[in-house]
Design a protein around this ligand. Sequence first.
Ligand code: GLY
Length: 420
Amino acid sequence: MNILILGGGGREHALAWAVLQNPKCDRLIVAPGNAGIAQIAECAALDILDGGAVAGFCEEEAIDFVIIGPEAPLAAGVADRLREAGIAVFGPSQAAARLEASKSFTKAICDAAGAPTAAYRHFSDAQAARAHVRAQGAPIVVKADGLAAGKGVIVAETEDQALAAIDEMFGGSFGAAGAEVVIEAFMTGEEASFFVLCDGETALPIGTAQDHKRVGEGDTGPNTGGMGAYSPAPVMTQAVTERALDEIVRPVLSEMVRRGTPYSGVLFVGLMIEGGAPRLVEFNVRFGDPECQALMMRLGGQALDLMQATAEGRLGEMTVNWAEDHAICVVMAATGYPGDYQKGGVIGGIEDCPEDSFHQVFHAGTARRDGRFVANGGRVLGVTARGSSLREAADRAYGMVDRIDWPDGFCRRDIGWRAL
Ligand code: GLY
């Protein structure tokens, strides 16, 4: 089978690695890919937001199956264009991708499905939004309605922070994504990410994880795209998992079917859990990054069979083969991230790290210069390991971190602290 993966971050490196573990994969192309992915697969320059261009490329290269990594091509309707061309694709339609692309759409679906989530109001006018914040007080959550590259959610601890977020959003800092906002009640509890493959009405859980969004140790400092993740998340007990499926995932899938826009792909269910009760924080219509790196280390080659079955509507016949294992991904980022950072610092030592089904260094933002890896982004490496316990996985991951020689880089040393 000839496979194309769209995307070029750590998530796509992990997807590529897992796909290559499966003997069904004859040829793998990743567009655009990155310097790490180029070591294991072909990389192609392609405008991944242009469905026509992607479909044309698939025809030229005889691609049998496309896996769409990031949300932007999904929200742009690339999966629809590929399906129209008769190409099998893993990822939801543009209409179903609204579960990530519009916060107010998701809230309306939750209302219709009776899925528990925070109380909310939707505003297209700054004055009314400000008045609502003044009436509600803080803490309160302000969300840009549209896609804002992970930066559109402000958990405001004070009223002033919430008002500033509203001004920023309506002031255009988030572009069209901030033209409307959703303001939500603040939820307390422990967050977890739950990943479910869906093909219309069938839901197959493929793992849980916890992300570390803050840049600093002890979960302090500004928010990032994620500084590390581990899987499984202990808070996602069997009972919580069943409740999340029964109270959130299945009713939402049914509502999407009822509206004529069934959901097909991976549903990333962001949950807040308190007293054993899960409530929805947000949906994403793709794998999380860096959660995907930890999940792929645990799933290995079966990930391809599962994604293919999702695309073909055969999930009902699939099971996941679980090992009693744990995985962790430690993100190494460029000093200054998530603010301004320098690109171009030379990274040594990656070659000295073991590469096997327990150890992988996934690249998120690297380039090749004069035969050496250099940093080419904010989040640069996802140092990922698996073990029979989280402690073993963490020791393996930090053992690799310590071999990496990158003076301009940093990582959090406490990934997994809640579970460890
Ligand atoms: N790690 C969070 C995300 O991928 O959105």
